[in-house]
Ligand binder design. Structure first.
Ligand SMILES: NC(=O)c1ccc[n+]([C@@H]2O[C@H](COP(=O)([O-])OP(=O)(O)OC[C@H]3O[C@@H](n4cnc5c(N)ncnc54)[C@H](O)[C@@H]3O)[C@@H](O)[C@H]2O)c1
Length: 289
């Protein structure tokens, strides 16, 4: 594999859970990173979290104080898209909504007409579909699916859309390696590989709970001890966000044209009640204490 990614500056769009993690890993790996979000509040939270996580890494002797300062200095936080113009790649990590993502990508393609790679961290939306919003830039459009928490998880699932050019794929594979990740290619079908297999398992755990087969903690215990999973499916659902899980099931049901992928009614009900998991302090399990 070529190590020639030709990338110095990474633009990250969306400074939430995933964008923040991608930015941090990029900066720690030596890249200049420009983080964009439409919410200045989200940017401030992201910056504060970077400060905290890098300070903790120094405390735990995973990096020196100088390295942490250098990583922080390599990150800029901006609320104007124009500041991304010097980025060699932009990695989008905004809300999982095809229309909102497409609207952003069409603006990006209009502004940045050079050789800039446009990557999406979408968990489930078709890369070929998203690429329809960028016109001629579809050959430099690709899926770069990181896993949560990004600084810890090694995998990047790299998804080629129908029009993605080989050079784009090679550069993204090389970039992922330079970011300390293991990049694994997958083709563009709903859910790719990871969520196509993971989400139906999580959905089934909700059905198992709904039908009274076992209590949530027992379902998780059985899956942890019996299958050697580090976390049970319901705890994992809380961690991912129940709204995200519901949305991915909808994408699978539509994209694979099969009702067996429909979200479990109990999962939907918890989302309706605002029990979204860790981020709201209550999902399947209660984290308020
Ligand atoms: N959370 C996960 O476990 C996980 C894992 C892999 C991939 N993903 C994908 O990553 C993406 C982001 O997920 P997240 O969990 O980080 O979400 P999040 O809600 O934590 O962060 C999203 C950020 O995007 C910003 N945003 C929303 N719309 C925007 C716009 N139009 N322009 C600029 N900024 C905008 C929000 O202000 C927010 O800060 C989604 O596509 C999701 O499917 C999530």
């Amino acid at each position: 594999m070529s190590t020639d990614h030709g990338i110095n500056t990474i633009g990250v769009i969306g400074s939430g859970q995933m964008g923040g993690g991608i930015a941090q890993v990029g900066a720690v790996s030596g890249f200049s990173v420009v983080v964009f979000d439409q919410s200045t509040d989200a940017l401030a939270k992201c910056q504060a979290l970077h400060d905290k996580l890098l300070a903790r890494a120094v405390e735990k002797e995973r990096m020196t104080a100088d390295e942490a300062t250098a990583a922080k200095d390599r990150m800029t936080y901006v609320s104007d898209l124009n500041y991304l113009s010097d980025s060699d790649i932009v990695i989008e990590a905004i809300i999982e909504n095809a229309d909102i993502k497409k609207d952003l990508f069409s603006k990006l393609a209009e502004k940045f007409t050079g050789n800039q790679i446009i990557a999406s961290n979408t968990s489930s939306i078709s890369i070929t579909d998203l690429a329809t919003s960028v016109g001629d830039a579809a050959d430099r459009f690709i899926g770069m699916h990181f896993f949560n928490p990004v600084p810890v998880m090694k995998l990047v699932e790299v998804i080629n859309g129908l029009a993605t050019r080989q050079e784009t794929t090679d550069r993204v594979l090389a970039l992922s390696t330079a970011m300390g990740k293991v990049a694994v290619p997958a083709n563009d079908r709903a859910g790719f590989v990871s969520n196509r297999i993971l989400m139906p398992m999580i959905n089934e755990a909700f059905y198992t709970w709904m039908e009274g087969v076992a209590q949530p903690e027992h379902i998780d215990e059985i899956m942890k001890l019996g299958m050697a999973h580090p976390m049970g499916p319901l705890r994992l659902a809380d961690f991912i966000g129940l709204d995200t899980c519901e949305h991915i099931m909808e994408v699978l049901a539509e994209g694979l044209n099969n009702p067996r992928y429909r979200a479990c009614p109990l999962l939907k009900q918890l989302v309706t009640a605002g029990r979204l998991g860790n981020k709201t302090g209550h999902g399947v399990f209660d984290y308020s204490k």
